[in-house]
Design a protein around this ligand. Sequence first.
Ligand code: F6P
Length: 366
Amino acid sequence: MKIAILTGGGDCPGLNGTIKWITKTALDPKLVAKRSVTFDVLGIMDGWKGLVEIDPDDPESRARHLKYLDEDVVRTWDRYGGTNLGTSRTNPFNPKNDRSEKLIDNIKKLGIDVIVTIGGDDTLGIAHKLHTLGIKTVGIPKTIDNDLAGTDYSLGYDTAVNVIMEEIDRLRTTAGSHSRIFVVETMGRHAGWLALHGGECSGAYIILIPEYPFDMNRVCELLQEREGMEIRYSIVVVSEGAKPRGKEEIVKDTKVDDFGHLSLGGIASYVADEIENRTGFETRHLILSHLQRGGAPSAHDRLMARWFGIAAIDMIINEDFGRMVSLVRGEITSIPLKEAVAEGLKVVNIDKYYDIERYNGRRSIL
Ligand code: F6P
């Protein structure tokens, strides 16, 4: 059986480890002896873009868009962030430029039997569409936003939360020395997980998330409450998708990607200016941006990469196609891709996890 692997959407730590464990498990000589099927593993460069743009009849194009994977090639991959297969935000089903016929034709010409797709809701949405068109697909969840439905965990999230915590630890010394307020902007699109968990584990004083439009007066009131106390600075974490009450999200520009998404960003600067203007407290801001997706994977992401990769091969052997590997209550399982992509994004449940008075995580858990 020929397995193709591709990574799509924003990169993150954990992708390379997953590719390694899909490959190792597929080609493991001890397992091969016990199976009735043998595998070839083919990496597709640059996500769906590679599979759309390749000319299967042209050797040069094949060399550019394909990477044959074996145990030697992937041996050290789990230590490194990013994706050695490259990624893109290409949508072959984009109604403005529908290239799905070419995609399906290429899959057939390349003799691909099953595609393992590692991605978030957009990339896995394509895997789901292909499944409905008769192509065998298996999905693996990844997104630092951790907003994919049907799984408690998506690759890259833990590393990103650690980056937020480490950077805020660093900021504290300079913020304290200068008695300044620092507003730190995280990624996360329309889900507040990164800001909430990153803020909670770094002890941020205020956390602003997309799920609860904030009142700037309340933010300033909370900061003023601290005046005269021993604490000389405050950390405010704001998710890129957070919005002041009655206002829209702040976007970088009007450009949309192939899936129709605008680029969010800039809310930290708005909040910092408002705080300084309204309270007179010296305030700076920092946008963590793509640093959150960079660096080596955390221990948790390496473990999840391994488990998700191994599970994908189990699913192929069991012919569980059109499904996504998922982590539910600490156990690896799988759910239909349709459930992961059609249910809408998994966002923060305010009643359960957010304190709307303190603008922070709740202080009641049970
Ligand atoms: O979905 C992952 C994510 O990192 C979001 O948190 C962020 O809004 C977006 O991707 C940034 O995308 P790009 O890499 O295209 O700037």
